[in-house]
Design a binder for this molecule. Sequence first.
Ligand SMILES: [Zn+2]
Length: 183
Amino acid sequence: MSVSVRAPYAWTCEECGRRCEAPVWRVVDSRERPDVLSSRTGPDGFGAGLCQVACPGCGTRAYVEAPVLVLRAGAVVPTLFATSVAQLHEDATATVAELVEQARLAGAFAAGRFGGQVVRLPRRLLPFALSCDVERDLADPEAACRELAEHGAPTVTNYRYFLRGDIGRGGPVRGGRERSGRV
Ligand SMILES: [Zn+2]
């Protein structure tokens, strides 16, 4: 049984108004799908269904705002839960538990390698969390944030809180509501 699964995702295209639906990742295990979690071209290069989806009518891309659980064996931060900023502000605990249980039933934790806490973050920050060197950035958070400056202030702010581990404890997560383009 595969741990990594996709689920249908529905959204309305901001450009042409079309009602769209496409499969997006709900659980991704790096041992099964390292391809999904890697991007050769940095934060913008992840494939469809992890961070963004494209309108089949006009091609306009939209950010995925549904919850996803990412399991990365051997990573500094092995377990990531990413979802909309709105859900992070409410209470995502039940959804985290649901996805962890779904992964557990599929055998994700049979080897016992994913202890510890599930780090929560906005789904729009996920491509940055996956493509940055978190270990290096933890050693020098300000240098890391300067490197991200070109991606906009909300991304820098969110990444800083991600490094501090404050996101799951209700730290200020801002700027998740831009319509398109840069985070
Ligand atoms: Zn469209």
